[in-house]
Design a protein around this ligand. Structure first.
Ligand code: FAD
Length: 285
């Protein structure tokens, strides 16, 4: 099932997981998937470390298992920043051989050294490459609060439009904690003539260190309402867990009421949290 077709039927609800670290036991991800399976998500995507190593093999294996063993559409992420065209072709050949027909085409973050060793400068070049050589559904990333490297929202949306025109079928946003950024972004996409479905990426924030890391990595802003929660419950893990889940449910409820195409939940491999959120919103989707 190609993910773009799902949006014709309903508000899509999808999950994201990441493979275990190379030195960690592979079985932990299958415990996670077992626990997530009764949510019956519309698809599950599997991240891929831009750093390389054998992470990519695990991404392909896990995505393939999601399709064959969990009977759920699987999406494999593919960041190209450190890859040559030959390497990308080898990875895509392996994906196709493993029945993966949905690829999230990404550039990846520029390493601190600033050195980019691959053949692709932007995700749009990867999208073009995939479109030319493979018959698959292509998903891409977008940024309601503007990608940190973009000078401004206009430049950002122009680059997004070019990327979509290279052959993207559906978009997933970076996480955001204030829905107003999503609504403003959605308006910009409409003005730019971007008409593919856009899923809102939601990350339930349930511990203080996670939020500090997240803000540093992707530059998501913290709304006052959220800062108040952190001030009050930041040192009480159980209370922050409940407050973080309630906050995410509130965000999702509002997005669905405003007609969002889909919700992509960054599960951080926490089935308990994903379940609590799903239980609260399952009748809305
Ligand atoms: P691009 O679309 O190439 O954009 C990067 C920047 O370049 C933007 O500022 C854009 O405006 C600019 N740009 C684009 N085209 C041009 C042009 N022609 N001229 C000048 N500037 C241009 N990373 C991983 O390593 N692994 C993952 O699994 C992963 N999964 C992700 C999933 C989602 C849903 C999201 C939102 C992000 C994910 N990332 C992942 C992070 C992503 O790799 C980074 O955000 C990265 O910095 C940008 O990737 P991109 O594909 O959006 O890049």
């Amino acid at each position: 099932m190609k993910t773009a077709d799902l949006f014709k039927q309903k508000t899509v609800f999808s999950l994201e997981v990441f493979p275990p670290k190379p030195d960690a036991d592979e079985r932990v991800i299958y415990d996670t998937l077992n626990q997530l399976s009764d949510i019956h998500p519309d698809f599950i995507s599997v991240t891929y470390g831009a750093g390389g190593g054998n992470n990519g093999c695990r991404t392909i294996q896990i995505t393939s298992d999601i399709i064959t063993k969990y009977h759920t559409p699987g999406v494999a992420h593919l960041p190209c920043i450190n890859l040559t065209k030959v390497q990308v072709a080898q990875i895509l050949d392996s994906m196709m051989a493993n029945g993966i027909e949905n690829v999230l085409a990404l550039r990846g973050d520029i390493p601190d050294s600033g050195v980019m060793t691959g053949d692709f400068k932007y995700a749009s070049e990867l999208v073009t490459f995939i479109r030319e050589h493979y018959d698959c559904n292509i998903i891409a990333a977008c940024y309601p609060e503007v990608h940190p490297e973009s000078k401004n929202a206009v430049e950002d949306i122009m680059h997004l439009k070019s990327k979509v025109d290279c052959g993207v079928n559906h978009l997933i946003t970076q996480l955001f904690l204030d829905n107003k950024y999503f609504y403003e972004f959605r308006e910009r996409t409409q003005l730019a003539g971007i008409s593919v479905p856009i899923e809102a990426g939601i990350m339930p924030v349930t511990n203080k260190r996670q939020i500090e890391r997240m803000v540093k990595l992707c530059g998501a802003s913290l709304p006052t309402k959220f800062i108040r929660i952190l001030d009050r419950y930041g040192d009480n893990d159980t209370a922050l867990l409940d407050a973080g889940i309630a906050y995410a449910v509130d965000q999702i409820t509002d997005l669905i009421a405003e007609g969002v195409d889909g919700i992509h939940l960054y599960t951080m491999n926490h089935p308990y949290i994903a379940h609590r959120i799903y239980d609260a919103i399952q009748n809305l989707i």
